[in-house]
Design a protein around this ligand. Structure first.
Ligand code: NAG
Ligand code: NAG
Length: 484
């Protein structure tokens, strides 16, 4: 204040300099408040995987970085990069799509470039995925020199393309040709990456398998959670055509004694010592498909293959954008049934007169997604993750569900949307806000000295507004007082 007084009494040049300075502060503060509003308006994370090969899908299935809407996610994950085990380095799996070199399309930099218009967005690069297998990762982590080389190289690689971090998608340590030592060596890898990344402020996350036997064998949960910022739990593929019977892809709950449910996976990880604030619940934007000569109900024997969709073209798998088109088509002959205990939908075709087959798909509707978001909020998890945004109805071609918030006590009308596209991602953000409100209403307010606490959770946004408003009004008052 003394400096201000001195300047006020001083010459015009000093006042001009001070006014410019204050103006710069105002502009900076306003810009920061705008920047804070480029993402979701709640306090949970929404981690959005993009399977970048979706760009090769035909017709309306083709998804490029330009289709991504960064305002609906807090984190984006570019999937996938690969491992070159001969050099112990991370490498692009599709240099033409990923890189700019040799007239490439520069996907890495197109995605990380979205941070300029959406400063809230954090962008990670994922290494691994199902097709990369497990064996080469097992080899890498078993050797301390190779590990060190990889850690150093990957740190430079992610920074070179302006990523904010690395997501480990090794599926899975100790499995699929891995070795029992992977469990311990994976801890070493995360520890050494953490030490390197801390020097550069980089995020370190990992996709985590949901099956109990995978969790038991692959992960020392207590140790890896020390070094990871978030664990992205892949809570899907609980049932599929490989079972040779019809089942739900991602049931929220299962009968006692059946460990194959979202609830069981999350409760088990928390029990093993994973802090809720680091656990991110994975949601599938796809369903699992079956063919059966029976009626097409759960547990009916099926052919082990399923069927494929016109965009994703993979047996046993249908994107939500493919499913919702079939169901929006009134002449397709498909019917659907909501299952309350699992929060899943089973949809089936009429019997094919030639093959005698019934086609079945089990999947997450927007109501399923909303209920799982509520579950994540009730468990006080960090938020949710989606695999993957490229199979949401990103073009907005389908009718919107009307029962999305049927299981929410405080929601009477679905919120109006300015856009029809991304129904599942929009549901996540709406459901997060609603679920936080419900939770706040449920939690008994005990009179205490809480006004002295730092605001947290849902109140953080309001606190930000106050913390911005105070300096702004202060600066305005000063400016006015400077103009005689
Ligand atoms: C593992 O590395 C070898 C040697 O570079 C490579 O030929 C193989 O394709 C890799 N495995 C997978 C599943 O990518
Ligand atoms: C709707 O389904 C019918 C019967 O399967 C099919 O012939 C028609 O092409 C579909 N319409 C659209 C718009 O996909």
């Amino acid at each position: 204040m003394q400096t201000f007084m001195a300047l006020r009494g001083g010459g015009g040049a000093g006042r001009w300099a001070l006014q410019s300075l204050l103006l710069a502060i105002i502009v900076g503060t306003l810009w920061a408040s705008v920047a804070a509003r480029t993402g979701p308006a709640h306090s949970k994370v929404v981690v959005c995987y993009i399977s970048t090969w979706a760009v090769y899908r035909p017709g309306d299935g083709a998804y490029s970085i330009e289709n991504f809407d960064p305002s609906l996610c807090t984190h984006a994950v570019y999937a996938f990069a690969g491992l070159d085990i001969t050099q112990s380095v991370i490498k692009s799996l599709d240099p033409w799509q990923d890189l700019l070199e040799e007239y490439g399309k520069g996907g890495y930099e197109r995605l990380t470039g979205l941070k300029r218009s959406h400063p809230h967005l954090k962008v990670s690069l994922a290494i691994g995925g199902w097709n990369e297998g497990s064996r080469n990762y097992s080899t890498l982590v078993a050797n301390v020199q190779q590990r060190q080389h990889f850690v150093h190289q990957v740190s430079g690689f992610v920074r070179k393309y302006n990523f904010d971090g690395l997501d480990l998608d090794w599926e899975y340590p100790t499995q699929r040709g891995g070795s029992p030592a992977d469990r311990e060596n994976f801890v070493s890898l995360t520890k050494e990456l953490r030490e390197e990344f801390d020097g550069h402020g980089l995020l370190l996350t990992s996709a985590i398998g949901a099956a109990k036997h995978v969790i038991d064998q692959a992960y020392d949960v207590r140790q890896i959670t020390r070094y990871l910022d978030f664990l992205h739990i892949m809570c899907y593929d609980y049932h599929g055509s490989w079972d040779h019977k019809v089942g739900y892809n991602a049931p929220l709950t299962a009968p006692a004694g059946d460990p194959l449910s979202v609830q069981h996976t999350i409760d088990y990880l928390l029990e093993l010592g994973a802090p809720p604030s680091k656990v991110v619940l994975g949601l599938p934007f796809y369903g699992r498909t079956f063919k059966t000569v029976a009626q097409g109900n759960v547990d009916d024997a099926s052919d082990g293959v399923g069927f494929q969709g016109p965009f994703t073209r993979e047996d046993g798998f249908l994107g939500y954008n493919e499913i919702c088109r079939i169901l929006s088509n009134k002449t397709s002959g498909w019917s659907k049934k909501w299952d309350a205990p699992t929060s899943q939908i089973l949809a089936k075709s009429e019997r094919n007169v030639f093959t005698q087959d019934v086609s079945v798909v089990t999947f997450d509707s927007s109501r399923s997604i909303a209920n799982k978001v509520k579950f994540a909020v009730q468990k006080k998890l960090a938020g949710v993750m989606v695999w993957s945004v490229d199979t949401d109805d990103f073009l907005g071609k389908c009718e919107l569900d009307e029962d999305t918030f049927a299981d929410f006590r405080l929601v009477t009308n679905s919120p109006r949307r300015l856009n029809q596209n991304y129904p599942l991602l929009r549901t996540i953000n709406e459901a997060t806000t609603f679920a936080l409100d419900e939770l706040a209403a449920d939690e008994v307010v005990v009179p205490d000295d809480s006004e002295n606490e730092i605001p947290h959770g849902n109140n953080a946004a309001a606190a930000n507004v106050v913390s911005l408003a105070l300096p702004i009004s202060f600066v305005f008052t000063l400016l006015l007082s400077l103009r005689h």
